[in-house]
Ligand binder design. Sequence first.
Ligand code: FES
Length: 523
Amino acid sequence: NGIPHIVIADPEATLADILRNQLGLTGTKVGCNEGVCGSCSVILDGKLVRSCVTKFKKIPEWACVTTVEGIGTPEKLHPIQKALVLYGAAQCGFCMPGFVVSAKALLEQNPSPKREDVRDWFQKNLNACRCTGYKPIVDAVMDAAAVMRGDQPEESLDYHLPADGRIWGGKYPRPSAVAKVTGTAEYGEDLGKRLPSNTLQCALVQAKVSHANILKIDSSEAEKMPGVFKVVTHRDIKGKNRINGLVTWASNKCDGWDRPILADSKVFQYGDAIAIVCADTKEQALAAAEKVKVDLEVLPAYMNALEAMADDAIEIHPGTPIIYFTQGVVKGQETKPLMASAAFVAEGSYYTQRQPHLTIEPDMGFAYFDEEGRLTIHSKSIALYLHALMISEGLGLDASQIRMVQNTAGGTFGYKFCPTIEALVGAACIATQRPVYLEYDYEQFITYTGKRSPFFTNVKLGTDKNGKIVAMETDWIVDHGAYSEFGDLLTHKGAQFIGAGYDIPNIRGRGRTVCTNHAWGAP
Ligand code: FES
C-alpha cells in the first residue's frame, strides 16, 4: 500500500495471517482458508494472489502488496468501491474486499473489459459471492471501468436522491456499504483481535464418529499441555447441559431437550463437541485438544431417514421414537375415489438433498462478562433473544443474565436461526471466568452447524380431462438429523407448501420427522 514495513514472520505463515495479525490490516478477510473463496485476494508485485495460501517464505524481499486499504478509504473511495456501493453489491459484504482488489487487478490489465471478461476474471480467480448472484458486481465493474477510462464522469457513481424523494425501488445505498467495500467493516474475527490480552483461545474436541456411547472422557494429559488454562467438559456445566429445541406442537414425541451443549452420555452426530480446550494461544489449544482421550462404544450410524426407520434400528435418543412427529393434511373430499376416476394421474418420488448454507465467513463467537456481570456472547446469531432463551437453562442461567450481541455477519442464509457456537463459548466463559474466543475452520463450519434438511417426498396428482388438478396425495419424510430443534415446524412446511399455489381442492397427506445421525437440521 506504498508504506514500507519490516516483517519478521514464521516462514510457514501465510500472507493473510501476516497482514491481519502482524500488520493489523483486517480489511483482508479469510473465509475458506483454502484458497478457493477469494475473500483474501491481494495484489502481490502486480499479480492477484489469494493471501491465505501464499506462504511468507515464497514472498520476495521488497515485495509490493496492495490490499483493500491501499485502494480507497471511506473519505476517498476508488471508483470501483463507489460503483459497488451504488449497485448494491455489498450485501453481507464479507467478499467485498476481495472483489475490490480483484477488480483493480483486472482493470490494470484490461481497462476495457466486456461483461464476459469480468465474469471470466472472477471465475478464474475464484472470487466467490454467496449473496449477490454476481450481476451487481459485474455492473459495478463495468461502470467503474468507464469512469477510469474517462468515458463517464466520476459523479455518475454518486447516489442522488430522486426529485420525488422516493427511495423505494431505487439505488439508495445500504448504510453499511462504504465500510464493507473499504474493509473497515469489522466482522467477528476482526473484533476478536481487539479482545483483552487475558482472552483464552478455544479449540473443540469433537466426535469423529456419528453415533456412539461415551464411556470415558480423560483430559488429564491435555490439562498439562503448554499454555492450557482449562479443559471444559460437561462436568463443568452447571445447568441442564441441553439446548432447548423449542417444541412447537404438543403432539411432538420429543421433548426438545435432546441436544447437549457438551456431549455427556452419547455422540449423536459427527462433530459433536465433547470438550473445549481453553489456552493462551489457538495453536496451544489445538495441540492440547489432540490429547483429550475419549473412550467410545461405537453404535450403528443411520445416515438417512430410510435407514433410521428400518425395523431393526435402535433409538438414537433413548426414550424418543425415531419418528417423533407426524403432521397430517386434510382438505376437501377423500382423494382415493377422485384418483380412481381422474382422467390423468401422475405420481413420483423425489429427494431434495441436505444443503449446507456455505456463507463465505465461517462460524465464530466469543464471550465475556460485561460490567454488569452479564454473560455477553457475540456471534452471528440472527435471533438474539430466542437464542438467549434456548441456551440459558442449559448453562444454568436465567435468560436475563445473558446478553447477546450480533457481530457484523458474513452471511447466514438461515443456518444462524439455530444457536451454533453460543452455548459453547458461554460454557467456556463461565467455567474459566475469563473472556474466551472460538472460531471454526471451514470444515468445522460445514460439518458442525445446522443444515437444510432433506425431504423424501411422494406426490400423486389427479386431474380432470382438461388437466386441472382435482386431487393430491402426499407423503413426505423429513430427515432432520440428530437434533429436534425446529423439526416439527419444518415438517409442518410440507403441509403448507407441497402443491401450494395450485388451488388444489382435495388433499390428503402425511409428513413425518425422523431422527438420524447426520448433521442436525436448521431452517
Ligand atoms: Fe458477497 Fe455476501 S456480499 S458473500
